[in-house]
Design a protein around this ligand. Structure first.
Ligand code: ARG
Length: 460
Protein backbone atom coordinates (compact mmCIF):
# COMPACT_ATOMS: atom_id res chain seq x y z
CA UNK A 1 0.00 0.00 0.00
CA UNK A 2 1.08 3.56 -0.63
CA UNK A 3 0.59 4.68 2.96
CA UNK A 4 -1.88 7.37 1.85
CA UNK A 5 -5.36 7.92 3.27
CA UNK A 6 -6.61 6.83 -0.13
CA UNK A 7 -3.89 4.19 -0.57
CA UNK A 8 -5.82 0.92 -0.26
CA UNK A 9 -5.81 -0.01 -3.91
CA UNK A 10 -2.23 1.10 -4.56
CA UNK A 11 0.59 -1.43 -4.65
CA UNK A 12 3.38 1.12 -4.74
CA UNK A 13 4.28 4.39 -3.04
CA UNK A 14 3.73 7.77 -4.71
CA UNK A 15 6.71 9.26 -6.56
CA UNK A 16 8.30 12.12 -4.64
CA UNK A 17 7.97 14.31 -7.73
CA UNK A 18 4.20 13.65 -7.81
CA UNK A 19 3.82 14.51 -4.13
CA UNK A 20 5.68 17.74 -4.69
CA UNK A 21 3.83 18.63 -7.87
CA UNK A 22 0.35 17.96 -6.54
CA UNK A 23 0.63 19.35 -3.02
CA UNK A 24 -1.41 22.45 -2.24
CA UNK A 25 -0.78 22.64 1.48
CA UNK A 26 1.66 25.55 1.10
CA UNK A 27 -1.26 27.76 0.17
CA UNK A 28 -4.50 26.03 1.18
CA UNK A 29 -3.40 25.81 4.82
CA UNK A 30 -4.92 29.24 5.17
CA UNK A 31 -8.34 27.55 4.97
CA UNK A 32 -7.75 25.68 8.23
CA UNK A 33 -10.13 27.69 10.37
CA UNK A 34 -12.98 27.27 7.89
CA UNK A 35 -12.11 23.62 7.27
CA UNK A 36 -12.43 22.92 10.99
CA UNK A 37 -15.61 24.95 11.28
CA UNK A 38 -17.13 22.88 8.44
CA UNK A 39 -15.93 19.58 9.91
CA UNK A 40 -17.44 20.39 13.28
CA UNK A 41 -20.82 21.14 11.73
CA UNK A 42 -20.54 17.92 9.71
CA UNK A 43 -19.72 15.86 12.84
CA UNK A 44 -22.67 17.31 14.75
CA UNK A 45 -24.96 16.40 11.88
CA UNK A 46 -23.54 12.85 11.69
CA UNK A 47 -24.34 12.40 15.39
CA UNK A 48 -27.85 13.83 15.02
CA UNK A 49 -28.46 11.35 12.23
CA UNK A 50 -27.13 8.44 14.29
CA UNK A 51 -24.19 7.91 11.92
CA UNK A 52 -21.72 8.40 14.79
CA UNK A 53 -22.27 8.26 18.54
CA UNK A 54 -22.39 11.32 20.78
CA UNK A 55 -19.10 10.21 22.36
CA UNK A 56 -17.47 10.00 18.94
CA UNK A 57 -18.83 13.44 18.07
CA UNK A 58 -17.45 14.92 21.28
CA UNK A 59 -14.05 13.36 20.68
CA UNK A 60 -14.01 14.80 17.15
CA UNK A 61 -15.05 18.29 18.32
CA UNK A 62 -12.49 18.26 21.12
CA UNK A 63 -9.73 16.98 18.82
CA UNK A 64 -10.50 19.56 16.13
CA UNK A 65 -10.45 22.38 18.69
CA UNK A 66 -7.06 21.27 19.93
CA UNK A 67 -5.69 21.06 16.41
CA UNK A 68 -7.03 24.53 15.61
CA UNK A 69 -5.32 25.86 18.72
CA UNK A 70 -2.04 24.33 17.63
CA UNK A 71 -2.33 25.84 14.17
CA UNK A 72 -3.25 29.23 15.65
CA UNK A 73 -0.14 29.13 17.81
CA UNK A 74 2.08 27.99 14.94
CA UNK A 75 2.82 24.66 16.60
CA UNK A 76 1.17 22.43 14.02
CA UNK A 77 3.40 20.86 11.36
CA UNK A 78 1.72 20.58 7.96
CA UNK A 79 3.06 17.66 5.92
CA UNK A 80 3.35 18.11 2.14
CA UNK A 81 2.96 14.36 1.60
CA UNK A 82 -0.57 14.72 3.00
CA UNK A 83 -1.35 16.98 0.00
CA UNK A 84 -3.80 19.50 1.35
CA UNK A 85 -5.29 21.12 4.42
CA UNK A 86 -8.18 18.65 4.56
CA UNK A 87 -6.05 15.54 4.83
CA UNK A 88 -3.51 17.16 7.12
CA UNK A 89 -6.19 17.99 9.64
CA UNK A 90 -8.08 14.72 9.28
CA UNK A 91 -4.95 12.65 9.69
CA UNK A 92 -3.85 14.65 12.74
CA UNK A 93 -7.32 14.13 14.22
CA UNK A 94 -7.17 10.36 13.78
CA UNK A 95 -3.65 10.25 15.19
CA UNK A 96 -4.94 12.14 18.21
CA UNK A 97 -8.31 10.52 18.97
CA UNK A 98 -8.14 7.17 17.16
CA UNK A 99 -11.06 5.44 15.38
CA UNK A 100 -13.58 8.25 15.95
CA UNK A 101 -11.39 10.46 13.81
CA UNK A 102 -11.63 7.98 11.00
CA UNK A 103 -15.43 8.41 11.03
CA UNK A 104 -15.38 12.14 10.33
CA UNK A 105 -15.21 11.70 6.57
CA UNK A 106 -18.45 9.67 6.54
CA UNK A 107 -20.77 10.85 3.75
CA UNK A 108 -18.25 13.45 2.68
CA UNK A 109 -15.69 13.87 -0.10
CA UNK A 110 -12.92 16.39 -0.38
CA UNK A 111 -14.78 17.54 -3.49
CA UNK A 112 -17.68 18.97 -1.50
CA UNK A 113 -15.46 19.74 1.51
CA UNK A 114 -13.13 22.03 -0.42
CA UNK A 115 -16.10 23.79 -1.99
CA UNK A 116 -17.55 24.37 1.48
CA UNK A 117 -14.25 25.64 2.92
CA UNK A 118 -13.75 28.04 0.04
CA UNK A 119 -17.26 29.45 0.35
CA UNK A 120 -16.91 29.92 4.12
CA UNK A 121 -13.55 31.61 3.61
CA UNK A 122 -14.75 33.90 0.82
CA UNK A 123 -17.88 34.86 2.73
CA UNK A 124 -15.65 36.28 5.48
CA UNK A 125 -13.28 37.91 3.02
CA UNK A 126 -16.15 39.66 1.24
CA UNK A 127 -17.14 41.16 4.59
CA UNK A 128 -13.57 42.32 5.21
CA UNK A 129 -13.48 43.90 1.75
CA UNK A 130 -16.71 45.74 2.46
CA UNK A 131 -15.19 47.28 5.59
CA UNK A 132 -12.02 48.28 3.75
CA UNK A 133 -14.06 49.87 0.95
CA UNK A 134 -16.08 51.74 3.53
CA UNK A 135 -12.89 53.14 5.10
CA UNK A 136 -11.65 54.25 1.68
CA UNK A 137 -14.96 55.95 1.00
CA UNK A 138 -14.72 57.75 4.34
CA UNK A 139 -11.27 59.09 3.45
CA UNK A 140 -12.68 60.49 0.20
CA UNK A 141 -15.70 61.99 1.98
CA UNK A 142 -13.47 63.68 4.58
CA UNK A 143 -11.33 65.27 1.88
CA UNK A 144 -14.48 66.32 0.01
CA UNK A 145 -15.69 68.03 3.19
CA UNK A 146 -12.31 69.62 3.89
CA UNK A 147 -11.97 71.12 0.41
CA UNK A 148 -15.62 71.98 -0.16
CA UNK A 149 -15.74 75.05 -2.42
CA UNK A 150 -12.36 74.56 -4.12
CA UNK A 151 -12.58 74.59 -7.91
CA UNK A 152 -10.51 72.67 -10.43
CA UNK A 153 -10.58 71.87 -14.12
CA UNK A 154 -12.69 68.87 -15.09
CA UNK A 155 -11.19 66.96 -17.99
CA UNK A 156 -12.32 64.93 -20.94
CA UNK A 157 -9.60 63.38 -23.13
CA UNK A 158 -7.27 64.79 -20.47
CA UNK A 159 -7.99 68.22 -22.01
CA UNK A 160 -9.49 70.95 -19.88
CA UNK A 161 -13.25 70.72 -20.32
CA UNK A 162 -15.38 72.48 -17.70
CA UNK A 163 -14.67 73.82 -14.22
CA UNK A 164 -15.87 71.59 -11.38
CA UNK A 165 -15.64 71.42 -7.62
CA UNK A 166 -12.75 69.31 -6.33
CA UNK A 167 -15.26 67.71 -3.95
CA UNK A 168 -17.36 66.60 -6.92
CA UNK A 169 -14.33 64.83 -8.36
CA UNK A 170 -13.58 63.16 -5.01
CA UNK A 171 -17.19 62.06 -4.53
CA UNK A 172 -17.08 60.37 -7.94
CA UNK A 173 -14.77 57.78 -6.36
CA UNK A 174 -17.18 57.27 -3.48
CA UNK A 175 -19.80 56.25 -6.05
CA UNK A 176 -17.41 53.84 -7.76
CA UNK A 177 -16.58 52.15 -4.47
CA UNK A 178 -20.28 52.06 -3.59
CA UNK A 179 -20.96 50.01 -6.71
CA UNK A 180 -18.08 47.75 -5.73
CA UNK A 181 -19.73 47.18 -2.37
CA UNK A 182 -23.07 46.44 -4.00
CA UNK A 183 -21.43 43.98 -6.39
CA UNK A 184 -19.77 42.17 -3.50
CA UNK A 185 -23.03 41.99 -1.58
CA UNK A 186 -24.71 40.48 -4.61
CA UNK A 187 -21.89 38.01 -5.12
CA UNK A 188 -22.13 37.05 -1.45
CA UNK A 189 -25.71 35.88 -2.02
CA UNK A 190 -24.42 33.18 -4.36
CA UNK A 191 -21.40 32.35 -2.19
CA UNK A 192 -23.75 31.74 0.69
CA UNK A 193 -25.25 28.43 -0.52
CA UNK A 194 -24.20 25.24 1.27
CA UNK A 195 -22.49 22.57 -0.87
CA UNK A 196 -21.70 19.84 1.68
CA UNK A 197 -23.57 16.61 0.99
CA UNK A 198 -22.87 16.64 -2.72
CA UNK A 199 -20.11 14.22 -1.65
CA UNK A 200 -17.90 13.11 -4.55
CA UNK A 201 -20.48 14.34 -7.06
CA UNK A 202 -23.57 12.09 -6.90
CA UNK A 203 -24.74 12.74 -3.34
CA UNK A 204 -24.71 9.99 -0.71
CA UNK A 205 -26.77 6.95 0.21
CA UNK A 206 -26.29 7.64 3.91
CA UNK A 207 -29.11 9.46 5.73
CA UNK A 208 -27.57 12.92 6.07
CA UNK A 209 -29.37 16.21 6.81
CA UNK A 210 -27.92 18.96 4.66
CA UNK A 211 -30.39 21.62 5.69
CA UNK A 212 -29.35 21.50 9.35
CA UNK A 213 -25.68 21.90 8.37
CA UNK A 214 -26.61 24.93 6.27
CA UNK A 215 -28.45 26.48 9.19
CA UNK A 216 -25.65 25.84 11.65
CA UNK A 217 -23.09 27.44 9.32
CA UNK A 218 -25.31 30.42 8.49
CA UNK A 219 -25.95 29.54 4.86
CA UNK A 220 -29.23 30.70 3.33
CA UNK A 221 -29.87 27.49 1.35
CA UNK A 222 -28.32 24.25 0.13
CA UNK A 223 -27.07 23.68 -3.42
CA UNK A 224 -29.58 21.91 -5.66
CA UNK A 225 -27.50 19.59 -7.85
CA UNK A 226 -24.61 17.52 -6.56
CA UNK A 227 -22.88 17.40 -9.96
CA UNK A 228 -23.08 21.15 -10.46
CA UNK A 229 -21.88 21.66 -6.88
CA UNK A 230 -18.58 19.80 -7.03
CA UNK A 231 -17.57 21.39 -10.33
CA UNK A 232 -18.76 24.90 -9.53
CA UNK A 233 -16.29 27.74 -9.08
CA UNK A 234 -18.57 30.50 -10.34
CA UNK A 235 -18.57 32.05 -6.88
CA UNK A 236 -14.76 32.31 -6.93
CA UNK A 237 -14.81 33.81 -10.42
CA UNK A 238 -17.38 36.35 -9.32
CA UNK A 239 -15.22 37.34 -6.37
CA UNK A 240 -12.28 37.73 -8.74
CA UNK A 241 -14.32 39.95 -11.03
CA UNK A 242 -15.41 42.10 -8.09
CA UNK A 243 -11.77 42.34 -7.01
CA UNK A 244 -10.84 43.37 -10.53
CA UNK A 245 -13.22 46.30 -10.60
CA UNK A 246 -12.06 47.46 -7.18
CA UNK A 247 -8.43 47.35 -8.27
CA UNK A 248 -9.34 49.02 -11.55
CA UNK A 249 -10.90 51.90 -9.66
CA UNK A 250 -7.84 52.15 -7.43
CA UNK A 251 -5.67 52.11 -10.53
CA UNK A 252 -7.54 54.98 -12.14
CA UNK A 253 -7.20 56.97 -8.93
CA UNK A 254 -3.52 56.12 -8.81
CA UNK A 255 -3.01 57.38 -12.33
CA UNK A 256 -4.56 60.69 -11.29
CA UNK A 257 -2.42 60.89 -8.16
CA UNK A 258 0.72 60.27 -10.21
CA UNK A 259 -0.23 62.94 -12.72
CA UNK A 260 -1.37 65.41 -10.09
CA UNK A 261 1.84 65.11 -8.09
CA UNK A 262 3.97 65.97 -11.13
CA UNK A 263 5.42 69.47 -11.48
CA UNK A 264 3.32 69.86 -14.62
CA UNK A 265 0.06 69.58 -12.67
CA UNK A 266 1.22 70.33 -9.14
CA UNK A 267 -2.32 69.72 -7.84
CA UNK A 268 -1.38 67.66 -4.79
CA UNK A 269 1.36 67.09 -2.29
CA UNK A 270 1.65 63.56 -0.94
CA UNK A 271 3.13 63.36 2.55
CA UNK A 272 6.83 62.45 2.74
CA UNK A 273 6.02 59.29 4.66
CA UNK A 274 4.12 58.00 1.64
CA UNK A 275 6.72 58.78 -1.03
CA UNK A 276 10.17 57.45 -1.83
CA UNK A 277 13.34 58.97 -3.18
CA UNK A 278 15.88 58.18 -5.88
CA UNK A 279 19.19 56.47 -5.23
CA UNK A 280 20.92 58.78 -7.69
CA UNK A 281 18.89 62.00 -8.05
CA UNK A 282 18.90 63.78 -4.71
CA UNK A 283 15.99 66.06 -5.56
CA UNK A 284 13.50 63.28 -6.34
CA UNK A 285 10.30 62.52 -4.43
CA UNK A 286 8.43 59.78 -6.23
CA UNK A 287 4.80 58.59 -6.00
CA UNK A 288 5.76 54.90 -5.83
CA UNK A 289 2.68 53.82 -3.89
CA UNK A 290 0.10 54.81 -6.50
CA UNK A 291 2.44 53.47 -9.17
CA UNK A 292 2.58 50.10 -7.41
CA UNK A 293 -1.19 49.99 -6.99
CA UNK A 294 -1.55 50.74 -10.70
CA UNK A 295 1.06 48.08 -11.45
CA UNK A 296 -0.53 45.42 -9.26
CA UNK A 297 -3.72 45.73 -11.28
CA UNK A 298 -2.02 43.47 -13.81
CA UNK A 299 -1.73 40.55 -11.43
CA UNK A 300 -5.32 40.91 -10.22
CA UNK A 301 -6.53 40.78 -13.82
CA UNK A 302 -4.15 37.88 -14.41
CA UNK A 303 -5.79 35.94 -11.59
CA UNK A 304 -9.25 36.35 -13.10
CA UNK A 305 -8.10 35.33 -16.56
CA UNK A 306 -6.14 32.38 -15.16
CA UNK A 307 -9.14 30.91 -13.35
CA UNK A 308 -11.46 31.56 -16.30
CA UNK A 309 -9.04 29.59 -18.46
CA UNK A 310 -8.69 26.82 -15.88
CA UNK A 311 -12.44 26.25 -15.74
CA UNK A 312 -13.20 26.81 -19.40
CA UNK A 313 -12.54 23.30 -20.75
CA UNK A 314 -13.54 21.18 -17.76
CA UNK A 315 -16.11 18.43 -18.11
CA UNK A 316 -18.46 18.02 -15.15
CA UNK A 317 -17.78 17.51 -12.26
CA UNK A 318 -14.71 17.80 -10.02
CA UNK A 319 -11.39 17.76 -11.83
CA UNK A 320 -8.08 18.28 -10.11
CA UNK A 321 -7.56 21.34 -12.28
CA UNK A 322 -9.87 23.07 -9.82
CA UNK A 323 -7.15 23.02 -7.18
CA UNK A 324 -5.61 25.87 -9.20
CA UNK A 325 -8.44 28.14 -8.04
CA UNK A 326 -7.26 29.08 -4.58
CA UNK A 327 -3.77 30.44 -5.17
CA UNK A 328 -5.08 32.96 -7.71
CA UNK A 329 -7.94 34.07 -5.50
CA UNK A 330 -5.72 34.37 -2.41
CA UNK A 331 -3.18 36.46 -4.28
CA UNK A 332 -5.85 38.73 -5.72
CA UNK A 333 -7.47 39.13 -2.29
CA UNK A 334 -4.16 39.99 -0.62
CA UNK A 335 -3.31 42.46 -3.36
CA UNK A 336 -6.65 44.26 -3.33
CA UNK A 337 -6.91 44.37 0.45
CA UNK A 338 -3.44 45.88 0.88
CA UNK A 339 -4.04 48.30 -2.02
CA UNK A 340 -7.29 49.50 -0.45
CA UNK A 341 -5.76 49.94 2.99
CA UNK A 342 -2.79 51.94 1.73
CA UNK A 343 -4.97 54.05 -0.57
CA UNK A 344 -6.97 55.14 2.47
CA UNK A 345 -3.77 56.15 4.29
CA UNK A 346 -2.35 57.82 1.21
CA UNK A 347 -5.45 59.89 0.73
CA UNK A 348 -5.49 60.98 4.35
CA UNK A 349 -1.90 62.14 3.85
CA UNK A 350 -2.47 64.08 0.66
CA UNK A 351 -2.89 67.83 0.52
CA UNK A 352 -4.54 69.58 -2.38
CA UNK A 353 -2.97 72.76 -3.73
CA UNK A 354 -6.16 74.81 -3.83
CA UNK A 355 -4.52 77.86 -5.34
CA UNK A 356 -2.93 75.93 -8.15
CA UNK A 357 -6.23 74.10 -8.86
CA UNK A 358 -7.96 77.47 -9.07
CA UNK A 359 -5.30 78.87 -11.40
CA UNK A 360 -5.67 75.86 -13.67
CA UNK A 361 -9.33 76.71 -14.25
CA UNK A 362 -8.27 79.97 -15.89
CA UNK A 363 -7.35 79.53 -19.52
CA UNK A 364 -8.49 76.89 -21.91
CA UNK A 365 -11.90 78.52 -22.54
CA UNK A 366 -13.55 76.20 -20.05
CA UNK A 367 -16.66 78.36 -19.82
CA UNK A 368 -17.37 78.16 -23.56
CA UNK A 369 -20.28 75.77 -22.93
CA UNK A 370 -21.71 78.29 -20.48
CA UNK A 371 -21.66 80.93 -23.21
CA UNK A 372 -23.47 78.56 -25.57
CA UNK A 373 -26.05 77.82 -22.85
CA UNK A 374 -26.44 81.59 -22.33
CA UNK A 375 -27.42 81.96 -25.98
CA UNK A 376 -29.74 78.96 -25.70
CA UNK A 377 -31.52 80.64 -22.81
CA UNK A 378 -32.07 83.57 -25.20
CA UNK A 379 -33.72 81.12 -27.58
CA UNK A 380 -30.88 80.43 -30.01
CA UNK A 381 -30.86 76.76 -31.17
CA UNK A 382 -28.02 74.93 -29.42
CA UNK A 383 -26.24 73.88 -32.65
CA UNK A 384 -26.17 77.49 -33.83
CA UNK A 385 -24.94 78.65 -30.41
CA UNK A 386 -22.18 76.04 -30.55
CA UNK A 387 -21.04 77.48 -33.88
CA UNK A 388 -21.12 81.08 -32.66
CA UNK A 389 -19.08 80.31 -29.54
CA UNK A 390 -16.65 78.22 -31.61
CA UNK A 391 -15.92 81.28 -33.73
CA UNK A 392 -15.49 83.44 -30.62
CA UNK A 393 -13.00 80.91 -29.23
CA UNK A 394 -11.10 80.95 -32.54
CA UNK A 395 -10.81 84.74 -32.32
CA UNK A 396 -9.56 84.55 -28.73
CA UNK A 397 -7.00 82.02 -29.77
CA UNK A 398 -5.79 84.30 -32.54
CA UNK A 399 -5.52 87.19 -30.10
CA UNK A 400 -4.05 85.11 -27.33
CA UNK A 401 -6.75 86.23 -24.89
CA UNK A 402 -9.46 84.67 -22.74
CA UNK A 403 -13.22 84.82 -23.33
CA UNK A 404 -13.59 87.28 -20.46
CA UNK A 405 -11.04 89.62 -22.03
CA UNK A 406 -13.04 90.34 -25.20
CA UNK A 407 -14.87 93.70 -25.03
CA UNK A 408 -18.66 93.46 -24.98
CA UNK A 409 -18.94 95.24 -28.34
CA UNK A 410 -16.83 92.58 -30.01
CA UNK A 411 -18.83 89.77 -28.45
CA UNK A 412 -21.99 91.45 -29.70
CA UNK A 413 -20.69 91.38 -33.27
CA UNK A 414 -21.05 87.58 -33.07
CA UNK A 415 -24.61 87.76 -31.72
CA UNK A 416 -26.98 90.57 -30.80
CA UNK A 417 -28.33 88.34 -28.01
CA UNK A 418 -25.23 89.00 -25.92
CA UNK A 419 -25.70 91.60 -23.18
CA UNK A 420 -23.53 92.90 -20.30
CA UNK A 421 -24.70 90.14 -17.94
CA UNK A 422 -22.72 87.67 -20.07
CA UNK A 423 -19.64 88.28 -17.94
CA UNK A 424 -21.32 86.71 -14.89
CA UNK A 425 -21.64 83.37 -16.62
CA UNK A 426 -18.16 83.51 -18.13
CA UNK A 427 -16.55 83.35 -14.69
CA UNK A 428 -15.44 80.02 -13.22
CA UNK A 429 -17.61 80.45 -10.13
CA UNK A 430 -20.61 81.40 -12.25
CA UNK A 431 -20.10 78.35 -14.39
CA UNK A 432 -19.87 75.98 -11.44
CA UNK A 433 -22.82 77.66 -9.74
CA UNK A 434 -25.01 77.15 -12.80
CA UNK A 435 -24.57 73.36 -12.94
CA UNK A 436 -27.56 72.64 -10.71
CA UNK A 437 -28.97 69.65 -12.55
CA UNK A 438 -29.26 66.49 -10.42
CA UNK A 439 -25.80 64.98 -9.99
CA UNK A 440 -24.16 68.18 -11.27
CA UNK A 441 -21.17 70.05 -9.85
CA UNK A 442 -22.85 73.15 -8.40
CA UNK A 443 -22.17 73.78 -4.74
CA UNK A 444 -25.77 73.03 -3.68
CA UNK A 445 -25.80 69.67 -5.47
CA UNK A 446 -22.36 68.69 -4.17
CA UNK A 447 -23.30 69.63 -0.61
CA UNK A 448 -26.41 67.48 -0.87
CA UNK A 449 -24.38 64.59 -2.24
CA UNK A 450 -21.76 64.97 0.48
CA UNK A 451 -24.47 65.01 3.13
CA UNK A 452 -26.03 61.81 1.96
CA UNK A 453 -22.62 60.12 1.63
CA UNK A 454 -21.67 61.21 5.15
CA UNK A 455 -24.98 59.89 6.47
CA UNK A 456 -24.60 56.57 4.71
CA UNK A 457 -21.04 56.18 5.98
CA UNK A 458 -21.91 57.26 9.50
CA UNK A 459 -19.61 60.30 9.45
CA UNK A 460 -20.78 62.99 11.85
N1 ARG B 1 -6.85 19.89 -2.67
C1 ARG B 1 -7.97 19.63 -3.52
C2 ARG B 1 -8.45 20.93 -4.14
O1 ARG B 1 -8.07 21.94 -3.70
C3 ARG B 1 -9.08 19.04 -2.72
C4 ARG B 1 -9.98 18.12 -3.48
C5 ARG B 1 -9.22 16.98 -3.95
N2 ARG B 1 -10.08 15.95 -4.42
C6 ARG B 1 -9.62 14.90 -5.09
N3 ARG B 1 -10.46 14.03 -5.44
N4 ARG B 1 -8.37 14.80 -5.40
O2 ARG B 1 -9.20 20.94 -5.10
Amino acid sequence: PSGKMWGGRFADTTAASVEEFSASIHYDSRLYHHDIMGSKAHARMLARQGLISDEERDAILQGLSEIEGEIDRGEFVFKPELEDVHMNIESALTARIGPAGAKLHTARSRNDQVNLDFRLYLRDEVDVLDELLCETQKAFARQARKYLGAVMPGYTHLQRAQPVLLSHHLLAYVEMFQRDRQRLADCRVRINIMPLGAAAMAGTGLPIDRQSVAEELGFSAITANSMDTTGDRDFALEVLFCLNLIQLHLSRLSEELVLWSSKEFDFIRIGDRYCTGSSIMPQKKNPDIPELIRGKTGRVTGALVALLMTVKGLPLTYNRDLQEDKEQVFDALDTVKSSLAITTELLENTQFNVQRLQEATVGGFMTATDLADYLVRRNMPFRQAHGVVGRIVALCQERGCELTELPLAELQEFSGLIEPDVFDILSVDGSVHSRQSDGGTSRVRVEEALHSVENALGIT
